[in-house]
Every structure is written in C-alpha cells, then in structure tokens.
Ligand binder design. Structure first.
Ligand code: KET
Length: 438
C-alpha cells in the first residue's frame, strides 16, 4: 500500500466516523505470517491412521507398500470398485427422472429401511413393530458422531466405555460429542486373544446405565471377536446392569464373508427386546469409502419413543450438515432392493473376504518358511481386515525405513492391502524387524 493510498484510507475511515489507523499500523496490516490471526497455532500431528497414507504418498520407492488404512486392494494392489456398484451407478445415470433435490434431514427413506433390514434381519420383530428409527449419516464415522451427539444431549448417563484397544477415532468422536470416555479391557497381548475375564470385570463395575461401545464384528485393530457364547454372557451382564449397547458395524460381511453371520452379535441384543444403537458403514463392504454412506439406527422399546427419538435426531443433524448426500445412498438402495444385484454383491463381498483370508495363510506360510522367531498363528486366527501383529513401534519404524512398508505404529497390518506379489517383501521385513530391530 503506497503512502497516498494510506492517507486516502485514513480519510475515508475518519469520514465514516471510524478512528483511522496510523500509517505505522497500516503498514503492519497482516501481510506477514507473524501477524496472522492464526500465528499462535502449532503444527498438528497427522492422523495416526490416515497420516500413514500421507507418508506413503511422499515415498518415491518403487517397492513401497501401504498396509496402513483399512481399504481393500486387488491382487494388483489397486482400489476396487465392485461390479455391482458400477451397474447400480449406470442404472442411476440412465434414469432421467432422477433429480438432485435435497434429501430429507434423515436421508433417503428407502436406504434407511433397507439398511435396518440388512443389520437387524428381514424378519426382525423390532422393525415389524416400528421400534427402530434409522437415519442416513456420513458413513460410519458420521453415524457414530450423530449417535454420540444425541446421547450427549438426551441420555442420562454421559459415560461411554470403549474397548482397549479400539479404533483410534472412537475416543475423539465421543469426547467431542460431550461424552466421558472410559475403557474396558478387551485384548490380552500375552494370548493375542480376548481378555474375556477382564472385559466382564470392567463392565461389571461400570456405573449403571453407562454406554458401551461394541464392535459388531471384526474388531479393529485386534481382529479378535468374542464367540457367540461369550456374546451371550456379555449381553446378559449388560442387560442386568442396564448398560446401553452402541454397536459400531463397519465390517459386516468382512469377518466371515456372510452378512447374516456378521450381524449375529447385534441381533442377539435386539432379540431380547432391549434398546441399543447401531452405526453402520458401507465404506468397506460395498467399497464406497469416499461416498460416505452409512446409517445410525436406534432401537427403542416402543414405536412411540422411536418416533420422538427420530424427531430429536433431526435437531442434531440439521445444524451439523443439514442433510446427507444423495448419490452413495442411492447406489446402496439400488443394490439392496434388487434380488439379482444383492446376490451379485454378496458374491463380490465373499470374494474380498476370501482374498483376505488367503493372504493370512500366505503371510503365515512365508514367515514359517523363513523360520521367523515367534508364534505367528494369530495371523490365521484373527478376523476381518486387520492383523494385530504384535510388532512394536520400533519394529514398525524399522520396517518403514528399511523396507518402505507403511503401517500404523501399533503394529496393525491391513491384510486387504497385501497381495501374493507383495507377501514375500512383507515377510522379509517382519523377519528382519524381529531378528534385528527393537
Ligand atoms: N468404525 C471402525 C471400527 C472403523 O475401523 C472405521 C474405519 C470406521 C468406523 C469409520 O469408517 P467410515 O469410513 O467413516 O465408514 N476404519 C479405517 C479407516 C479410518 O481410520 O478412517 C481404518 O481403521 O483404517
């Protein structure tokens, strides 16, 4: 700004009755970083999971391998758009009657109905009795957040118990929703299995009415799920203490390859007539990651309560993002309502689940062949997208530095990112990490 400009600005401001800035304060206008309104901000760390992809993208090595984020890759290491999704999209594009109007606050009605059916079962009494309210949300994360906000506003107990360990975003989502986060024991590093006794003890001493976050299947990051008998014991304990279940169902179909089998835990809790919340994601099981499609269902004990719950959910959603996007939910609805497309989806889903299971065997065999010290049978026993290897953060850092293998520092590997061509490289890296590092 030149000096004549400055004096003209000063005159204008005086004319308007505003105290004109002196020439020195004008020259100090926020043109330099030191005077930014945000200059006090510290550089925030990258997200522990999504930041792995940021680091991966910066690495020029041709042998680099991203086993961080839980996103499915083909044998060729490429992201996969399911055939059935392409078909549904084509159908949507060809339908000239479709418009881009706002959806209702709760999203696409058909999508909500079909999503409830998918998780609770077609013959669910809760659905038949109109005791379920389902709202379309922004994938699994958005569903958890809307559920958390709702509970923070309307539920008498603010404490939510999450498993130790759990998906890294859980504590952040629920804390920001105004809940107070506590943990319950879940994983036993010694057995690389479920710490069932610890879980029962911790839930047994939880204050009555506390919320409990449960992974419906394919627990992230451990790959360890309770058996059906253990689920039944958890259910009895929770119901006897009036604990409120909040299921996170991000991997329905990925654990066993079967959508119904993977919904058993949720259905057990609904079958007893009690209340619960469920956050569903279509990111993984339909490969709709970036479309952000999910649903929050709240099962209530009467239809009347469910109606009032839905009215309050609308008040939670409207000021956050008004209403959800239309495209992804339309894809899901098109697939779920058409018998032929639904069947095609289940076949493609099973193929993804099977490929992951086959990678578990290949990795286990490769470590066995190298004589890598340790018992690696957990690689085969664990369920879902991830293997919780037991590698420590130094070993992970070593594998990234020496082998360009990217994974979260807790030793979690996304098996869906592995293929027959990269398994040897990973096995070499693990072998070297175990024998040389940490
Ligand atoms: N719950 C769990 C247990 C979960 O693992 C994820 C994603 C989500 C919810 C949310 O997914 P959404 O895309 O909002 O539907 N987990 C993978 C990706 C991520 O961290 O965002 C992961 O753990 O790699």
């Amino acid at each position: 700004m030149g000096s004549s400009d400055r004096s003209r600005l000063g005159a204008l401001l005086r004319h308007l009755g505003v105290e004109g800035p002196t020439s020195s304060s004008i020259s100090a206008f926020p043109t330099s970083a030191a005077h930014s309104a945000f200059s006090h901000l510290l550089q925030a760390p990258e997200d522990p999971i999504l930041g792995v992809t940021v680091a991966f993208n910066k690495d020029p090595s041709p042998v680099k391998l991203n086993l961080g984020v839980g996103a499915y890759r083909t044998e060729e290491g490429k992201p996969l758009v399911l055939n059935v999704v392409r078909r549904a999209e084509q159908q949507l594009v060809n339908d000239r009657s479709r418009v881009k109007e706002y959806l209702p606050i709760v999203g696409l009605a058909e999508f909500n109905k079909l999503s409830a059916k998918l998780i609770f079962g077609a013959d669910s009494p809760a659905i038949r009795e109109n005791r379920v309210t389902t709202v379309q949300c922004l994938s699994g994360t958005g569903s958890l957040r809307v559920g958390g906000e709702f509970l923070g506003r309307h539920y008498h107990q603010r404490i939510i118990y999450i498993p130790l360990p759990t998906w890294g975003n859980h504590p952040k989502v629920f804390t920001l929703a105004g809940l107070s986060v506590k943990t319950y024991r879940y994983y036993d590093p010694a057995t690389r299995g479920l710490n069932f006794q610890g879980l029962l003890e911790d839930l047994g001493t939880a204050p009555s009415g506390a919320i409990v976050l449960l992974h419906a299947c394919a627990h992230n990051p451990t790959g360890v799920d309770p058996t059906l008998e253990q689920w039944e014991q958890i259910r009895q304990l929770m119901r006897s203490k009036g604990l409120l279940p909040f299921f996170d169902s991000a991997y329905q179909g990925f654990a066993s390859g079967n959508l119904d089998a993977d919904a058993q835990s949720v259905r057990m809790f609904v079958a007893d007539g009690g209340e619960c919340l469920v956050a569903q994601s279509y990111a993984k099981n339909m490969g709709l990651y970036g479309e952000r499609v999910g649903a929050l269902s709240i099962v209530c004990n009467t239809a009347d309560v469910a109606g009032r719950v839905e009215s309050q959910l609308k008040l939670v959603i409207r000021p956050m993002y008004s209403n959800p996007p239309i495209h992804g939910a339309s894809i899901v609805a098109a697939i779920l309502k058409d018998r032929d497309m639904y069947n095609e989806w289940t076949i493609e889903l099973k193929a993804m689940a099977d490929r992951i299971i086959s990678m578990r065997h290949q990795l286990f065999d490769a470590l066995h062949a190298r004589g890598t010290p340790g018992d690696w049978s957990h690689i085969i026993k664990q369920i879902g997208m991830f293997t919780f290897t037991g590698l420590n953060s130094e070993q992970v850092a070593f594998m990234t530095k020496e082998f360009h293998i990217y994974m979260t520092s807790d030793g979690r590997i996304s098996m869906a990112g592995l293929s027959s061509t990269t398994v040897a490289h990973l096995a070499d890296a693990i072998h070297a990490a175990v024998t040389h590092a940490g």
